[in-house]
Design a protein around this ligand. Structure first.
Ligand code: HEC
Ligand code: HEC
Length: 450
């Protein structure tokens, strides 16, 4: 919960209570004045005191966040108001004033009870949280391996679920990968156990030669395969040896920075020589060295929660490029939602469409897991396809349907001569998009052509 996040109701109630204390003060003083043998100073001081305390509490309330407001209200404020009412009652009784509670008091009581009940009820309801994702890149001073692995988890999965949606972090990995044993969406390897199985991959004969040989440069990422000692400076592990000394950590790092250095069997294109996975250290994902290592720390430890003995990456130190991370904090954090007021490139990039689709007009959108988005030409063809059972009758409707309900029609992958897998394209865009955003997206995608 952010400190600046407050519940307007609590603040409002405190102000009302203060006004009420003021009213009580005036009322008591008035009664005292009307009577001979009553000390105005004595009672005035008591109710003035109440007013003062109430006022201080109201001021204090402004500085609290929602959680604190709640406990302060029920802890201190309710007690004060109760004491005030009690004293007031005693005052009336001792003065033997007939009409103890004027209508306004009864109305106030009724109103307060209802508000407190309502407030309690609304706070008891599950809250829709609106905190922005914590900055995965922010770290100050010393951190523990547990915290570092947690940072990796946030980069992969984002923060907590928002209103039941599957969250996703800036690394975007869950768009393609699954992480639980036995869970599979078909097109990308399950990453369960990758922390250890990496080394077995390196020992395969296939690793040494395909698609590029060890020691050769992989052109798409500009990384020398199987050479941890030649990974770009800032990402290199300290004292990394060449191929013979490659460890599981090096394999994961290479998988992320050079997906096409080695393509897991059955998951690549062109006879498993090209990986559809984006280079994680380059745009659009652009993880820096600290973030790549955090992800590795998470992957090396998540199979056995709480056990960090298998983690080999070093903890980040202050000279790991704090300026870089500071820059990331400003603009690099991928927000989870789009409103529709952003430029179309931003909408498309934030939603991750370029990771799977090649989209004309969007720079760097070269994804290969889904069809090329040439919808101006494709959409009319799909609607005429005898297999098509969807509801769309024109291009825009087809594009809208494809985004909101990807399973309505599965496109044929001409290269592989099979249908694209169902369930690979995220099914939850309908929960992530505002009406404006979806309209803008549909307008744009409907016009794309090769
Ligand atoms: C657009 C889809 C996509 C995204 C996003 C993606 N990957 Fe991948 N990844 C793949 C595919 C496809 C493969 C299999 C082909 C290959 O070996 O490169 C793969 C392979 C891997 C491997 C090797 C797995 C093995 O069993 O050897 C690792 C490790 C990996 N990805 C990690 C990540 C991490 C970490 C992220 C997020 C920072 C990520 N990937 C994001 C598609 C993706
Ligand atoms: C994880 C990979 C992935 C992501 C991310 C993704 N898609 Fe897809 N998309 C696919 C696959 C696979 C298909 C083909 C299967 C199908 O039709 O459902 C597809 C199909 C489509 C189609 C139908 C294409 C045609 O020619 O008929 C459209 C349109 C589309 N996606 C738009 C989008 C948009 C817009 C986004 C971003 C908001 C997006 N996709 C994000 C994988 C993805």
């Amino acid at each position: 919960m952010l400190p600046e996040q407050r519940d307007i109701l609590w603040t409002f109630l405190t102000i009302m209570f203060t006004l009420f204390a003021f009213y009580a003060f005036i009322n008591v003083v008035k009664h005292c004045r009307e009577r001979e043998n009553v000390s105005t100073t004595f009672w005035g001081a008591i109710f003035g005191g109440f007013l003062f305390v109430m006022f201080l509490e109201a001021v204090h309330m402004f500085g609290l966040n929602q959680q604190e407001q709640l406990s302060f209200f029920f802890g201190k404020m309710v007690l004060t108001i109760f004491l005030l009412l009690l004293t007031w009652g005693i005052f009336f009784k001792s003065m033997e004033i007939e009409n103890q509670s004027p209508p306004i008091i009864r109305a106030f009581f009724w109103w307060t009870t209802i508000s407190v009940l309502l407030a309690g009820y609304s706070n008891w309801l599950p809250q829709q949280r609106s905190d922005p994702p914590p900055k995965a890149t922010a770290f100050v001073g010393e951190i523990t391996m547990e915290e570092y692995a947690e940072m990796g988890r946030v980069i992969i999965f984002g923060t907590e679920q928002i209103a039941g949606q599957k969250a996703i972090g800036k690394g975007q990995c869950p768009l393609c990968h699954t992480f639980d044993a036995g869970d599979n969406i078909g097109r990308c390897p399950n990453l369960f156990g990758v922390g250890t199985r990496g080394l077995e991959r390196v020992k395969e004969d296939r690793y040494k030669t395909s698609p590029v040989a060890v020691g050769e440069n992989e052109p798409k990422s500009n990384i020398i395969k199987g050479a941890p000692d030649q990974i770009p400076d800032e990402y290199r592990r300290a004292g990394a040896p060449g191929f013979d000394g490659m460890n599981a950590e090096d394999y994961i790092r290479e998988s992320m920075m050079c997906p096409s250095c080695y393509v897991v069997k059955g998951y690549g294109k062109a006879g498993d020589t090209v990986s559809p996975m984006p280079v994680i250290s380059k745009p659009p994902i652009s993880l820096n060295n600290v973030e790549v290592n955090a992800v590795i720390a998470y992957l090396q430890s998540y199979n056995e929660p709480g056990d960090y003995s298998k983690v080999t990456v070093p903890l980040p130190s202050a000279d790991d490029g704090p300026t870089e991370t500071a820059a990331e904090e400003e603009g690099g954090e991928a927000p989870l939602f789009v409103t529709g007021s952003e430029p179309i490139e931003e909408i498309v990039n934030v939603l991750g469409c370029p990771l799977c689709h090649t989209i004309p007009g969007i720079e760097g959108a070269m994804g290969e897991l889904g069809p090329k988005l040439h919808e101006k030409i494709n959409a009319p063809k799909r609607i005429k396809d005898p297999r098509y059972k969807g509801k769309a009758t024109n291009t825009k409707e087809y594009v809208r349907e494809s985004i909101l309900n990807p399973s309505a029609f599965l496109v044929m992958n001409e290269e592989e001569n099979e249908l694209y897998p169902d369930g690979l394209m995220p099914q939850d865009f309908k929960h992530k998009l505002s009406v404006d955003a979806i309209d803008k997206l549909v307008d744009f995608i409907s016009q794309t052509e090769g």
